[in-house]
Design a protein around this ligand. Sequence first.
Ligand code: HEC
Length: 162
Amino acid sequence: MCVCSSSKFKSLIFVVLVASISLVVGNSAYAHGGGPVYEKRHVYMNELGDIMKAFGNFVKRGKGDLAELSQKAVRIIELAPELPSHFPPDTGLNHNKESQAKPIIWEKWDDFTSASERLVDLGKGLESAIASKDKSQISAAVKQMGEEGCRACHSQFRIKKN
Ligand code: HEC
């Protein structure tokens, strides 16, 4: 007798499949559908978001230590060059209703890539502010990163205001 035809075996496979799917979904806070490009983009931007939250916690609540923050500034510098690669053509909000990426990204591609390159300089500024250990310098550099780095791009190229 072949075990594959047994209905017990089939339902076991079904249970295992469902369990592994819910494991994958449960592990990510992924909100956007549409495929791997959007998912990777979401994970990428959320890493930047988590880094900015950590900086915010330090500035507002004094949480976190400087060595850790310095690593996060370096991480922004590392992440910046790959930003444009998360926006291949035809992956804006007109192709996926859950995306917040404006089609103007691909019309003004040079402006978009310059906005991503700006993260490198701002990241370096943040790194040296952290090295100074001066809280007001660090706060100013965090604010600058938020406004001239993240928001400057979002206000032009992303629909949701933040
Ligand atoms: C060069 C442009 C650009 C820069 C710079 C940029 N972003 Fe974004 N970001 C976008 C675009 C466009 C989207 C919308 C993507 C989409 O929905 O498909 C986005 C989305 C996001 C999201 C939502 C992700 C999601 O899927 O829910 C977060 C969080 C985010 N960005 C954080 C940041 C932070 C923090 C910084 C600064 C350190 C930053 N971004 C810098 C363009 C940029």
